[in-house]
Write a protein that binds this ligand. Structure first.
Ligand code: URA
Length: 187
């Protein structure tokens, strides 16, 4: 299985009610050789229109945080825990997360990343739970480095505040920049 086959499997998905109002499914963007996987929450209006994750205002911030550690989005892979836009950008519901994250799990299996960076509380709690990591709220785990060992070896999980949080609270920008340095350190 490669990313192209996964994408073909995802196209046309009607597993949850989000398919009714989406313009398109936003599968992911970046390099199939990426060592770092970023996982956001769900597409917004612009992502839904363009079919690419993080192309709106939060995406511009993500690009700048990546740039700060010498990375470009073509060096990494970016997806979301929910691949269709929730109406009016509401939070994704438990059922939607449950039905969609099989696709994230398959992305992880295919990419086999060295570092997973969940962005925001929804992605962080999904990833920490998936790997039985003892976490807590995003405010207590952001910028921490968790190590997961499995049959394939080991990899790191480095949760971050969601870039959109810095749109509403500019003080978070410096914190996120510092936390992104942790990603650079472990790569
Ligand atoms: N916010 C997200 O979490 N994901 C996107 O793709 C865009 C904004």
């Amino acid at each position: 299985m490669d990313l192209g086959e996964l994408e073909r499997d995802i196209r046309g998905c009607e597993r949850c009610k989000l398919h009714r109002k989406r313009a398109q499914i936003v599968v992911g963007d970046g390099s199939s050789d990426a060592d770092i996987l970023f996982v956001g929450e769900a597409p917004g209006r612009q992502e839904d229109r363009e079919g690419i994750p993080f192309v709106g205002r939060a995406g511009k911030l993500l690009d700048s945080f990546l740039d700060g550690i010498g990375l470009d989005r073509s060096d990494v892979y970016i997806t979301n825990i929910v691949l269709c836009r929730p109406p009016n950008n509401r939070d994704p519901e438990d059922e939607e997360i449950k039905r969609c994250t099989e696709y994230l799990d398959r992305h992880i299996d295919i990419l086999d990343p060295d570092v997973i960076v969940p962005l925001g509380s929804f992605a962080t709690s999904y990833i920490l739970d998936k790997y039985d990591l003892r976490g807590g709220s995003i405010s207590s785990v952001h910028g921490k480095v968790f190590t997961v060992s499995n049959l394939k070896g080991s990899f790191k999980v480095v949760p971050q505040y969601h870039p959109a949080a810095a749109l509403y609270n500019p003080d978070l920008k410096n914190i996120i920049c510092d936390d992104f340095e942790k990603v650079k350190e472990v790569v």
